[in-house]
Design a protein around this ligand. Structure first.
Ligand code: HEC
Length: 141
C-alpha cells in the first residue's frame, strides 16, 4: 500500500514537471526546436527596415494580425491566464532572437502557449516580415 502511494506521488511530480517544461518559463530559451535552430537563425528578412515597411508592419500589428490584443499597444503584453506574451521592450530578448526565429514563431506559433500561427493563417509571409521590423522598434523603450 505504501509503495502504491509512493508511485502515485512520483507520477504526480512527473506530470507537473512535464507541464512546467511545456510552458518553458525562461523567455530567452529558443522557441525553435534545437535541430532546426542553426538553420533558422541564419534566415534574414528579404526586406530592408525602411519607414514604409515599418509602417506597414504597424498596420498589421494593430489590424488584421490581431497582435495588439495580446501584445498590447506598448509591446509589453497583456496579462493572460497561463503563459504571458513576450515583453517586446526587453532589450536582452531583442538581442538573443534573430529575425529568422521570429518568422519561425509566426509560422508555427509557440506550442504550449497562447501564441497562435499567424503567417499562412491571417497574414502573408511578406506581412510577417513587415510586422517583425515593427516589433524591432519596441527595442529598449
Ligand atoms: C492570443 C494571444 C496572442 C496573439 C493574438 C499574438 N500573440 Fe504573439 N505571443 C503570445 C504569447 C502568449 C507569447 C509567448 C510565447 C512563448 O513564451 O513562447 C507570444 C510570443 C510572441 C513572440 C516571441 C516568441 C519568441 O521567440 O520569444 C513574437 C515574436 C510574437 N508573439 C509575435 C506576434 C505577432 C507579430 C502577432 C500578430 C501577427 C502575435 N504575436 C499575436 C500571444 C499572442
Amino acid at each position: 500500500m505504501r509503495l502504491f502511494k509512493y508511485s502515485i506521488f512520483i507520477l504526480l511530480i512527473l506530470f507537473f514537471a512535464k507541464g512546467a517544461i511545456a510552458f518553458h518559463p525562461d523567455i530567452y530559451q529558443p522557441r525553435v526546436p534545437e535541430e532546426l535552430l542553426e538553420v533558422v537563425q541564419e534566415i534574414e528578412s528579404p526586406y530592408e527596415a525602411t519607414p514604409e515597411i515599418i509602417e506597414a508592419g504597424r498596420k498589421i500589428y494593430f489590424g488584421k494580425g490581431l497582435c495588439v490584443t495580446c501584445h498590447s499597444n506598448n509591446g509589453k503584453g497583456v496579462r493572460l491566464p497561463g503563459h504571458s506574451p513576450r515583453n517586446f521592450t526587453d532589450k536582452k530578448w531583442q538581442e538573443v532572437r534573430s529575425d529568422g526565429e521570429l518568422m519561425w514563431i509566426l509560422k508555427n506559433g509557440s506550442p504550449g502557449t497562447g501564441m497562435p500561427k499567424r503567417v499562412g493563417q491571417v497574414i502573408s509571409e511578406e506581412e510577417g516580415w513587415n510586422v517583425i521590423h515593427f516589433i524591432r522598434t519596441f527595442n529598449g523603450k
